[in-house]
Ligand binder design. Structure first.
Ligand SMILES: [Zn+2]
Length: 179
């Protein structure tokens, strides 16, 4: 069983402090450790990817999680954008424009990272008559519809989010082995 599945069981356990369910509690302890600094977002995203809005609604609402993740993610995107010199921020109008771009890229990259499925076919890649979905050409993955440059930046940020979750998961697993 992978870390994410373990984590899913832990958040679903009805009694997290019961000694008999100690093994199921371990992943929560591990993520508590990993939640510092840059791992905060990784922990939240890992939780959101597991929860996926299904049986876990009781635990937390998806929309609230999204807003919480976005609050952490936005300043990280701004920092990366400046380091990578996406746009000029010399003049007041540049700054206002840059802010709008950072907001759009933060929101789209986070939403796409969490759910890249094609809307019309729901990710199945085919319609109800089992014909290849014309919107995603049968891949089940939606295209990120944005202006060219912003689309590139957003996809770059999607890779960053994948890396954040990957390194969070690796470190949380290491922590679980230590305990
Ligand atoms: Zn489709």
């Amino acid at each position: 069983m992978g870390f994410l599945e373990n984590y899913g069981n832990a958040v679903n356990a009805t009694n997290l402090i019961d000694d008999s369910t100690h093994s199921r509690c371990a992943p929560l302890g591990a993520s508590g450790w990993a939640s510092r600094n840059d791992l905060t977002l990784g922990a939240l995203l890992a939780r959101m990817l597991v929860a996926d809005g299904t049986a876990h609604d009781v635990f937390e609402s998806g929309a609230r999680n999204f807003m919480e993740a976005l609050r952490t993610w936005k300043p990280m995107v701004e920092e990366k954008a400046r380091a990578r010199k996406w746009v000029s921020e010399k003049m007041p109008w540049d700054i206002a424009n840059a802010k709008l771009i950072y907001d759009r890229v933060s929101e789209s990259s986070l939403a796409y990272f969490l759910d890249p499925r094609c809307g019309p076919c729901g990710g199945a890649g085919q319609d109800s008559d089992r014909r290849s979905c014309p919107h995603c050409k049968g891949t089940g993955i939606a295209d990120l519809l944005m202006a060219t440059r912003e689309r590139e930046w957003a996809l770059d940020m999607v890779s960053e989010l994948q890396e954040i979750v990957r390194s969070y998961t690796v470190r949380a697993k290491e922590k679980m082995r230590e305990e």
